[in-house]
Design a binder for this molecule. Structure first.
Ligand code: T3D
Length: 264
């Protein structure tokens, strides 16, 4: 179970669940929470028993991005270096979510604002409660969407919608996010955790090595030519064709039974 102060972390049935746990601030990030979240993701990455990861928030919010209490400075006092904050905290967290070789599900239980919205979008599968919303709140502070927002919003929903969200900073309801293809699905509030738990259990019983390569291949596609991507698929298929899970998948098909994937 959890031995952290600002997050909860547990592993059960092959699923690691990381819960951002500062509900009185809608789970906004401070430096300590960044450190704990990164450490928990490293644990999930390195623990062979973990084959899927869930990221969620405690209370009525998912995450409100940076804790702005840590950004209020007295007149005349030195201003915080936001570039350093991105370099030291937000960028490593996004890259860790992307690099972990296991599927990561964001269970967006409530409002996801600022970097909180973009951390959700950094996950492999985003499931949101109907009451949840996504807010590119940065423009209200005179900032640019960070944590990958300017990278994936235009790719996911096109420049017109990306610009609309970034320039107005309005709440995008979960159902609209689903309709736009920004997230995998929106479910009734009381169905969020049952739905995510079932999905995570399915992924945790799946071909983990194959999932790792799927994640890598889809991420690589953003920067690859078709030919380079075809080459990557060839290389991954060659590797996976030698895996225990491929042998099991074929045997299960031939024997008309459910596969028992070991993740190797
Ligand atoms: O600085 C750097 O390191 C650079 C990187 C920046 C990354 C970023 O994320 S910048 C963007 C920071 N986040 C925001 O600007 C979002 C601010 N919050 C809001 O706009 C609204 O709270 C929400 C739209 C998220 C939710 O609105 P609502 O009406 O549902 O809730 P609320 O009443 O505004 O908030 C509830 C409480 O959470 C409230 O505290 P109180 O008054 O009950 O004691 C509020 O102050 C607190 N809270 C919400 N967001 C933050 C926060 N406290 C600190 N930091 C927050 N970001």
């Amino acid at each position: 179970m959890s031995d952290y102060q600002h997050i909860l972390f547990s592993v059960q049935g092959g699923v690691a669940t990381l819960t951002l746990n500062r509900p009185e601030r809608l789970n906004a990030f401070n430096v300590a929470m960044h450190g704990e979240a990164r450490q928990a993701l490293s644990r999930a990455r390195d623990d062979h028993a973990v084959r899927a990861v869930v990221l969620t928030g405690a209370g009525r919010g998912f995450c409100a991005g940076q804790d702005l209490n840590d950004r209020a400075v007295a007149p005349g006092a030195a201003r915080p270096d936001l570039g350093e904050s991105i370099e030291l905290y937000y960028k490593p967290l996004v890259l860790a979510l992307r690099a972990i070789p296991k599927p990561v599900i964001a269970a967006v239980n409530g409002v996801a604002a600022g970097a909180g919205a973009n951390l959700a979008l950094a996950c492999d599968v985003v499931v949101a409660a109907r009451a949840a919303s996504f807010v590119q709140a940065f423009c209200k502070l005179g900032l640019v969407p960070d944590s990958g927002g300017t990278w994936w919003l235009p790719r996911m929903i096109g420049a017109p919608r990306a610009l609309g969200l970034a320039l107005f900073g309005d709440k995008l309801p979960a159902a609209q996010a689903e309709a736009w293809g920004l997230i995998w699905k929106c479910v009734d509030d009381d169905q969020l955790m049952p739905c995510v738990s079932a999905m995570a259990a399915t992924l945790a019983a799946g071909p983990t090595l194959g999932f790792a390569r799927i994640k890598q291949a889809v991420q690589a596609a953003a920067g690859n030519s078709l030919e380079a991507q075809l080459d990557l698929e060839r290389d991954f298929q060659r590797e996976l064709g030698n895996s225990a899970d491929y042998a099991e998948g074929v045997a299960a098909f031939m024997e008309k039974r459910a596969p028992r994937f070991s993740g190797r």
